[in-house]
Ligand binder design. Sequence first.
Ligand code: ADP
Ligand code: MG
Length: 715
Amino acid sequence: MTGTGRSLRRLAGVPVSELRLVGDKRAQALAALEIETVLDLLTHYPRRYVDRTRQAALADLAPGEEAVVLATVRAAHGRRTRQGRSLVELDVDDGTGALRITFFNQAWRTKQLPVGTEALFFGKLDLYRGRRRMTNPIVDLVGNRTGRLVPIYPTSERAGIAGWEFGSWVEEALERAGTFADPLPGEVRDRLGLVDRTTAFRAIHAPGNFHERDQARRRLAFDELLRLQLQVVRRRIEIESQARAIRHLVDPPPDRALVDAFLAGLPFAPTPAQRRAVDRIKADLAGPLPMHRLLQGDVGSGKTVVALAALLTAVQGGHQGALMAPTEVLAEQHFLSVRRLLADLEVPDPGRLGGRRPLGLALLTNRVGAADRGRLRRELDAGEIDLVVGTHALLTEDVQFKSLGVVVIDEQHRFGVEQRAALHAKGRQSGGSDPDLLVMTATPIPRTAAMVVFGDLDVTELDEMPPGRTPVTTSWARHPRQEAAVWQRVRDEVAAGHRAYVVCPLVEGSERVQAASATAEEQRLAAGPLEGLRVGLLHGQMKSADKEQVMDGFRAGALEVLVATTVIEVGVDVPEASVMVVEDAQRFGIAQLHQLRGRVGRSPLPSWCYLLSTADAPDAVRRLEALEQSTDGFELAEVDLELRGEGTILGARQKGRSDLKLASLRRGDRPLVEAARKVAEELLAGDPALEAASDLADEVELFVGEEEAAFLAKS
Ligand code: ADP
Ligand code: MG
């Protein structure tokens, strides 16, 4: 099925210096770009393509325009500036007009571009002392290359390698490689309409037109994604093959139907999104494999209800549930709201009069005293506690469950190997099976990205808010003169009996520096724009007791304005708060601003978020505008990805050959990611070692490598 031809593994074994056109010097220059083998060379893809038919005549260009011009060098000289920088100046013309081209720190350009040379210059035209100029343009020596689209290779210019040279090496490499082996079964290729590998490699480097380029990119990007998905799916199969799942009781007799009783007893109707999530989870819990699911939902989307339905499913079948939060404060908050929501539930207990007892619920954190801890442990071990709330540490602590059935982890989407091992151990020592796992996060990552990064996690989204919320009106105050109106809004809201947050600028340095700056800001506001209001201060350096006192004061209304650092980012819940002001908003990331904003709009009151910032850097502008335009965490996660690139999501994976060089985690490649996932599942079904596709297995190993495997194991 793979046919014959050159494998990528073989190309990875050929050093670039084997190419006739690459001498020692050039090999060194390439090494600086981390291109050492022919495979490296062929997967160093063009960054962009200049369309020669779009070439402009110099006479038609206006300053400020970006363009490609084909021009001949008429004069060239190099010198040093007074600061010691090398400066090369060229005078070029194209028969319609003339242009001065300036290169800084590229002394080699005089050799590259002697008088008489014809080259393509790609850059932005500006005016300098009345003269038309391009500074540090991309240059392509046309040479005798043909083709309408000229590939421009990343960073090769800086390494002193001309585009045409690069192109000629690639051409030689392609010629000598001949036909590429294609490890993808022909049937899959046909079904997905993918071009073969030989065509793809040729067309990505020397496309005849943009359509060919797109086809090539699609094929090669698919290959990248398939390799990753094969790895991810294979690992999942391995885990599942060793799993011992609990078949949970999802359709209990009426006297045990805790989930139904819980949902029916809620003071509100679950949203359709919540219902869908609960149904998915029920199916997981009834199934033959332990659940491993990520629940993504914006702040306030009602994840707790879904979590409790999962936990109660365990309890109605006679098992226990554990809900874990990242901090003790959050665990305590969870405990209080869970206790309220589950107040009237009972479980069967043959040992008791009437055969029933109240549901056993407990909070277990480090703040619980030693005596109480001892009692709680005994009760957990005896199964008298059905549901325990604690921090993530619950899993690693020396706590013994009678039969741990479902674990919910809040506010975490990385569930590491150690934690997975701890979860297994906990399950095996208490009841003997693997608990089902639900991980929840309020900072969604885009679905396409989730599929790649958390390939072994199923993902469910709560993409719908409970009714009755008014979205927070967000405005970016770009000019200092708009600030007065912002503070006026704060005063008006406070006068109406509501409350306000002011988030202090993020300052570099220690917690202490941050605290000092917050203190100063509080004093400035209390004496200035917010004079006469009852203003409190909250930062990370305060003692717990002081923090609590401030929070209590704010909750009760004794304090009207809370000046705070990002300590309020998670968990603070004061429904009367209707305004938030974020100072120096450009210093925060999209996700963080969205989280902060989630502190207001927690009631039917109209609410506002003001972003103060005079920033005009393009990235900052896009971030702040995105927050103005959308209150949807999923939408914002997409924007964040567009702006920051995949690196932030992939993290450590960025290094090495395992890069996704062409494939993107952005929205556009979602169909390709899904296709790769499906193909990986098909190929691995019944053949987890990929024996029938050994070429593909070999390629996965070649690209994904051990470092990658280790990273994936941690996600
Ligand atoms: P999060 O997803 O941020 O954890 P919570 O579970 O804390 O959200 O829910 C936020 C608030 O919305 C809570 O006060 C909760 O009681 C309420 N809530 C949850 N689901 C609904 C619903 N379907 N209808 C109305 N209110 C709901
Ligand atoms: Mg929550």
